[in-house]
Design a binder for this molecule. Structure first.
Ligand SMILES: Nc1ncnc2c1ncn2[C@@H]1O[C@H](COP(=O)(O)OP(=O)(O)OP(=O)(O)O)[C@@H](O)[C@H]1O
Ligand SMILES: [Mg+2]
Length: 370
C-alpha cells in the first residue's frame, strides 16, 4: 500500500557511523506540501536524518519511502530532492546568474530556458536584477537567498535545508524565516528544515519533529508541542515550563491527585495512564502560573473538583525582561518555580521572603510521559 500524499516516510530508519549510533529506528511521516521542521539539540541526529532522506548516506537499518516509493538505495541525483547545505557556499568566481543556473546547465538545458528559469527564481527569492553580481558583492542574507534559488530552480518535490539561517544575525533570521515560509507556500513543495533554534521552528513550521539522542521524541504542530508537550524532554526544550514531581495518591474523575510532599493538587490525566502510588511528572507553562495571596494556598478545599490549584510558596525575586517579568519563587520542598507575567509599571507587589501562593487553572497542567 502506498500513499502518495506522504512525501517522506521513514520506517525503522537507523544509521551508525562505525560504532557511533547516530539514529535509532525512526518512524516518521511527512505530508506532501508541508513546511516540516526537525528540531533538537546538537548531535541529536538531525543532519543524519536529512542526509538519509536526500540519499547522501545509506541507512544502516530501515527504509525510506518518497511519495510512496522505496528509495532507500537510490542515489541523490535520482531522487526528487534538493539540498541546501549550511556549509556549502556559492561558487565565488561565478555571478549570481551562473550560480543559480549551474544545475540546469549540467542538465544541458537550452540557454534561453536556463536564463528564463533563473530570472523567475531570482524574482521569487527577492533578488530580481542582481544576476550579474558576484557573491562577495552580496550580504549574508542575499547569499542565502541565492543558495535557495539554486536549489529551487531544479524543481524538486522535496527541498532539504540544513540550518539554512544559522549564519544570519537574529534580525535577519526572523525576516528570512517569513521569506522562506512565503516561498514555500508559493512553490507548494515539501520543505524539510533542520534547526536547533526553537523560535525559528515555531515561526516557520506547519509541523515540528523533536529529534534527540538519535530518536524521534515527539511530533506535532507548533501549538501542540508548545502547549501540550508529551515528554519531559520537550517540556524542557521548548519555552519555559515548570516541571513538578509527585506521587499519585488517587485518581478521581480523570484527574490524578498528586501528592507533592507538602500539598496535594489535581492534574488532568489526559492521555497518560497514571496509577495509584506511581511517581509522576506534570508541567505548567510559566506564563500560565499566577502569584496569589498565601491564605489561598492554606485554605481547606477539595482539589479534585477545584478549577484552580494553589500551592504555598515563598517569593524570591523578580527579573525584568521588558515585555514580561519573571518572578522566581521557592516551594516548601526547595524547588524553584518561574512565574512569568506581563510587566506592569510601578511598585512590585511582593517582597523577598514573603509567603505567597502559586496558582494555575487545573486544566493548564498536564501529566508528562516519562
Ligand atoms: N561522519 C560521521 N562519522 C562519525 N560520527 C558521525 C558522523 N556524522 C555524525 N556523527 C555523529 O552522529 C551523531 C549525530 O550527528 P548529526 O550531525 O546528525 O547531529 P545534528 O543533530 O545534526 O547536530 P548539529 O545540531 O550539531 O548539527 C553525533 O553524535 C555525531 O557526532
Ligand atoms: Mg547538523
Amino acid at each position: 500500500m502506498t500513499d502518495r500524499n506522504i512525501a517522506v516516510e521513514t520506517i525503522g530508519l537507523g544509521k551508525s557511523y562505525g560504532r557511533v549510533l547516530a539514529l535509532t529506528s525512526v518512524d516518521l511521516k511527512i505530508e506532501s506540501g508541508q513546511y516540516f521542521v526537525l528540531l533538537g539539540p546538537s548531535g541529536g541526529g538531525k543532519t543524519t536524518l536529512l542526509r538519509l532522506v536526500g540519499g547522501f548516506i545509506r541507512p544502516s537499518s530501515g527504509r525510506i519511502l518518497l511519495h510512496g516509493i522505496d528509495m532507500s538505495e537510490v542515489p541523490p541525483n535520482h531522487r526528487r530532492t534538493s539540498m541546501v547545505f549550511q556549509s556549502y557556499a556559492l561558487f565565488p568566481h561565478m555571478t549570481v546568474e551562473r550560480n543559480v543556473g549551474y544545475g540546469l546547465r549540467l542538465r544541458k538545458l537550452a540557454k534561453t530556458e536556463v536564463s528564463a528559469r533563473v530570472d523567475r527564481m531570482l524574482t521569487l527569492v527577492g533578488l530580481e536584477g542582481l544576476n550579474a553580481r558576484m557573491p562577495h558583492e552580496l550580504s549574508g542574507g542575499q547569499q542565502q537567498r541565492v543558495q535557495l534559488a539554486r536549489a529551487l530552480v531544479l524543481e524538486s518535490d522535496i527541498l532539504l535545508l540544513d540550518e539554512p539561517l544559522a549564519s544570519l544575525d537574529a534580525n535577519l533570521r526572523k525576516d528570512m524565516c517569513f521569506e522562506l515560509k512565503r516561498i514555500q507556500e508559493e512553490v507548494g513543495i515539501t520543505f524539510i528544515h533542520v534547526t536547533h533554534n526553537q523560535e525559528e521552528a515555531m515561526t516557520i513550521a506547519d509541523r515540528i519533529a523533536l529529534i534527540s539522542d538519535g530518536a524521534l521524541v515527539e511530533e506535532g504542530t507548533p501549538r501542540e508541542i508548545y502547549e501540550r508537550p508529551k515528554t519531559r524532554f520537550t517540556a524542557d526544550f521548548i519555552g519555559e515550563n515548570n516541571i513538578f514531581e509527585g506521587i499519585v495518591a488517587s485518581i478521581v474523575d480523570g484527574r490524578a491527585i498528586v501528592d507533592l510532599g507538602f500539598v496535594r493538587v489535581a492534574v488532568p490525566c489526559g492521555e497518560v495512564a497514571a496509577a495509584h502510588g506511581e511517581a509522576v511528572l506534570f508541567s505548567v507553562r510559566s506564563e500560565l502560573l499566577e502569584l496569589g495571596d498565601h491564605a489561598e494556598a492554606a485554605e481547606a478545599r477539595d482539589v479534585s473538583v477545584d478549577p484552580v490549584q494553589a500551592i504555598p510558596a515563598t517569593y524570591l525575586k523578580e527579573v525584568y525582561l521588558g515585555l514580561t517579568t519573571s518572578h522566581m519563587v521557592r516551594l516548601p520542598d526547595q524547588r524553584d518555580v518561574v512565574v512569568r507575567g506581563v510587566s506592569t509599571s510601578g511598585q512590585a507587589h511582593f517582597a523577598a521572603d514573603q509567603a505567597i501562593s502559586v496558582r494555575w487553572r487545573t486544566d493548564d497542567a498536564h501529566l508528562l510521559k516519562g
